[in-house]
Design a protein around this ligand. Structure first.
Ligand code: M6R
Length: 608
């Protein structure tokens, strides 16, 4: 959600902070701010809007070699300059940036107000800086520790004190923080992306760690006072910042990266000669796999949609009863977790609070949960301990595209591996594996010759008041994903339904010219979905069909025909989602939306 950056060293800190904030901006971009310590003064500059607005307000010669910065996704309090971080104590001598939510802020605020504190923002965070001030007696770490001891909720915090130049106090509970080691300088960030330009040697703080950071390094202790040492890790190449290249937007670039990201995900994992797949990270023996009673795939948003495909593959291919569940619902329904159940937590960022909460719920009950994660070293990957990295590479656009296809591919590989252990013969395994390995090239070919009919689809969708997305089986998951993309990137109201459900109510919404996008590959449900097309057409709908190339009956029936290559049913989502990603992108463009940073959103949702 929000992003934090910190710097102590010998350089002027402001440019380092601004650079870090730019790299973190995809996480939250309602407002941004920085606080710089110079000549025993804390100077704070905050602006509503993107980091560019903040950068324009920061004087080029702003001195100070200790600083913290923040980019915000508003939770408590509107998008205003006074609610932007860092927040200051009443004497303007302590500055604090916070990610997370302080759940008991109302009571704490009332008590502080009774004690005479005047608040300057509507945020939950501000109570924390006043508490730090209240407990400060010259020992910054002790004051932060004391203040955080009164907090219920989640936090990643960075604090600087006017009388401790060259020191940042950082603490984590539920909101990630990473410390980076430089040469005579030290960095802090909520996400290694902000650090990769400066250093690759990092230490991840764990929940309830508190760190005292200076130019020489750091010391970490536990919130209860115990000492601890954390291992220095080296960031891999995946953190390199590749920019947008020749593409106008990250989203378009990421859509076009899918041939490579898919190839990376599949490479070395699918072994056609053995008719199976190899996924060492899962840490499951053939006996473990044979004993699985049920698989639940957990995730949110796009990752949940990938999970729906994964569950269908686990059941359809590996013949293991499976379902997918939205992580935020799962974690609070007191789920029954059996000893032979397996859980897969799917997440691009690996930081989604709802998914992380679901993982912990499984673990509290003694269940086995594996991560299907993109970001190496992220919280979900670390808490799960084992799993599969999807290797889609950095995904910067808020709308997830290449992560979806890589998640689906990774889940298909896992299904193939489980299937081969339990029910699938070597020949069938080989055929499925070879088809999977051919997908990246077919995706590349389709993207290179994007059908012109896509423009007609964009026109219908941007003119319509409301768009329906329909599909059955795994194509329903694709319909859900297409609708999510169109909502978040183009702000077009839309809804996805399993096609056969239309007649149970939603068809009442169909009017003359209502655009209906139907995902209809040539599988066992095709003929039934064709009947739904007839039904909506009879009521005036304009049908956009995403269908198998060569299905002329389907093409003829639709107002707009978008063919995708033929594939086995479980593999179709990797192809049929492509036109829907591009449709959302082009619709967003036509409507003048902020494609990579849509309103009200953030890339990783680290609050509940
Ligand atoms: O990082 P995660 O995969 O856990 O994120 C889950 C969702 O927040 C995410 O997929 C979101 O729905 C995207 N903006 C969709 O494009």
């Amino acid at each position: 959600m929000c992003g934090i950056v910190g710097y102590v060293g010998e350089r002027r800190a402001a440019p380092v902070i601004l650079d870090g904030l730019r790299r973190l901006e995809y996480r939250g971009y309602d407002s941004a701010g920085l606080a710089v310590l110079a000549a025993d003064q804390v100077q704070t500059i905050r602006r509503v809007g993107h980091v560019a607005a903040l950068a324009a307000a920061v004087p080029g010669d702003l001195a100070g070699t200790t600083a913290i910065g923040h980019t915000r996704w508003a939770t408590h309090g509107g998008v205003t300059e006074s609610n932007a971080h860092p927040h200051l104590d009443s004497t303007n001598r302590i500055a604090l940036a916070h990610n997370g939510i302080i759940e008991n802020h109302t009571g704490l605020r009332a008590r502080l107000e009774e004690e005479g504190v005047t608040f300057r923002s509507d945020t939950d965070t501000e109570v924390l800086v006043h508490l730090v001030r209240k407990f400060y007696d010259g020992d910054p770490e002790a004051a932060v520790r004391h203040a955080l001891g009164l907090i219920q909720g989640t936090y990643g915090v960075a604090v600087i004190f006017w009388d401790h130049p060259g020191v940042i106090i950082a603490a984590r509970n539920g909101s990630p923080l990473v410390v980076g080691k430089g040469n005579g300088e030290t960095f802090l960030a909520s996400d290694p992306h902000a650090l990769s330009a400066h250093t690759r040697e990092v230490v991840y703080l764990e929940d309830r760690d508190i760190a005292r950071i200076d130019a020489r390094g750091w010391s970490i202790s536990r919130m209860d006072g115990g000492g601890v040492s954390r291992v220095v890790e080296v960031l891999g190449e995946e953190w390199e910042d590749e920019g947008r290249g020749d593409y106008s937007h990250h989203m378009l670039k990421e859509i076009h990266e899918q041939p490579e990201s898919l190839a990376r995900c599949l490479r070395g994992r699918v072994v056609p000669d053995q008719g199976g797949a190899r996924l060492g990270g899962l840490d499951l023996t053939p006996r473990d796999i044979a004993g699985i009673r049920h698989i639940t795939v957990l995730g949110c948003g796009t990752s949940f949609h990938a999970g729906l495909v994964g569950a269908a593959a686990m059941e359809g291919l590996a013949r293991i009863p499976a379902s997918a569940e939205i992580a935020s619902e799962f974690r609070y329904r007191n789920p029954v977790i059996g000893p032979d159940d397996l859980f897969l937590a799917v997440s691009q960022s690996g930081e989604t609070a709802d998914t992380l909460g679901a993982v912990k719920e499984v673990q509290v009950k003694g269940g086995k949960v594996l991560g299907v994660v993109n970001v190496v070293g992220s919280s979900i990957a670390r808490v799960c301990g084992h799993g599969v990295y999807v290797h889609s590479g950095p995904e910067i656009a808020v709308a997830s595209t290449k992560a979806f296809t890589s998640q689906v591919a990774a889940l298909l590989v896992a299904s193939l591996s489980f299937a081969r252990t339990r029910v699938l013969g070597p020949h069938e395994g080989k055929v499925f594996g070879e088809e999977l390995l051919a997908v990246p090239e077919r995706v590349g070919e389709w993207l290179a010759s994007e059908p012109s009919s896509l423009h007609d689809a964009v026109e219908l969708c941007t003119k319509g008041k409301f768009v329906f997305f329909l599909g059955r089986g795994v194509s329903h998951a694709v319909a859900l994903e297409g609708a999510l993309k169109l909502k978040e990137v183009a702000y077009v109201p839309c809804m996805a339904y399993p096609a056969a459900e239309m007649k149970h109510g939603p068809i009442a919404l169909i009017d003359r010219n209502t655009p209906v996008i139907v995902v209809i590959p040539d599988d066992v449900m095709r003929d039934k979905t064709l009947s739904t097309i007839q039904e909506v057409r009879a009521r005036g709908a304009r049908v956009i069909a995403i269908h198998t190339a060569g299905d002329s009956a389907c093409a003829k029936l639709a107002d707009v025909s978008i063919p995708v290559p033929r594939a086995s049913p479980l593999i179709t989502p990797l192809l049929s989602v492509l036109p829907l990603q591009l449709l959302a992108y082009r619709a967003g463009l036509a409507l003048g939306r902020d494609i990579d940073r849509p309103r009200n959103l953030a890339k990783s949702v680290t609050v509940e």
